[in-house]
Design a protein around this ligand. Structure first.
Ligand code: ASP
Length: 244
């Protein structure tokens, strides 16, 4: 509610959608309740590796970061990549160096860790060791495992649509795994002619389905309305591939 109100207030006062989206997402990243920023889900090694992206519908400007471990608000770094670099996506150490140079707030990686996420990782690891132990799998609360990515889409009074997404990805991810959230066209997309999309779901399928862009493309080329396009992609295309 705080996040929605903060973003809405900016829009109501004639502010721009970039500020509304980043403000709303900052609040969600700072809250331990969501899988983004503080309280993000943990990797196999027990660390938080964060992904985020933002896209502007008027000119399809975009910025993204992947696998950062010490940036307090990854969405602000994604915005800085969009506004202050010639690139769209930065990752890992390089992205963190860029954060330092652009005065984006850094924190000790332990800032992101919460008891709830540590417990969720422990349960998943335990279940990996004893896959037939049905009580272990029943114990895993799905909301701790893969839900809680945050996103925001805003349309401002100037007619501009902006979409942003921020996440810790999926519990127990390894090998520098990156999901759909920082990938423009997969987890985030905005185009004033059609729509803005911020996705949450099983990232591997969202990447393969190029979900966010597919929804916009259906509206643009097949003249589907937003509800039908989103429904077709989320309830038919992705499940047919085996995802959700
Ligand atoms: N889409 C995110 C990812 O795969 C996770 C999520 O939305 O829950 O990284």
């Amino acid at each position: 509610e705080q996040a929605v109100k903060a973003g809405h207030e900016i829009l109501e006062n004639g502010g721009n959608a970039i500020d509304a989206v980043t403000k709303s997402i900052n609040i969600l990243e700072d809250s331990p309740l969501f899988n983004a920023g503080k309280g993000a889900v943990l990797t196999h090694d027990g660390t938080a590796e964060l992904d985020a992206s933002i896209m502007v519908g008027s000119n399809r400007d975009a910025g993204a970061v992947a696998g950062v471990t010490n940036v307090k608000n990854p969405i602000l770094l994604a915005k800085a990549v969009m506004e202050n670099s010639p690139h769209v996506m930065l990752s890992g150490k390089g992205a963190e160096e860029f954060a330092l140079e652009n005065d984006v707030e850094l924190v000790n990686p332990s800032y992101f860790l919460t008891k709830r996420r540590k417990k969720a990782l422990e349960k998943v690891l335990q279940d990996e060791v004893t896959p037939n132990n049905s009580s272990a799998s029943v114990d895993i609360d799905l909301s701790d495992y893969k839900f809680g990515t945050v996103g925001c889409v805003a349309l401002d009074k100037h007619g501009n649509i902006v979409a942003g997404t921020s996440t810790g990805g999926m519990t127990n991810k390894r090998w520098g795994r990156i999901g759909d959230s920082p990938i423009i066209g997969a987890g985030t997309y905005a185009d004033n002619e059609t729509c803005g999309v911020s996705a949450t779901g099983w990232g591997e399928f969202f990447i393969r389905g190029v979900v966010a862009h597919d929804i916009a493309a259906r509206m643009k080329y097949s003249k589907e309305n937003l509800a039908d396009a989103a429904k077709q992609v989320i309830q038919t295309e992705i499940p047919e591939m085996g995802g959700d």
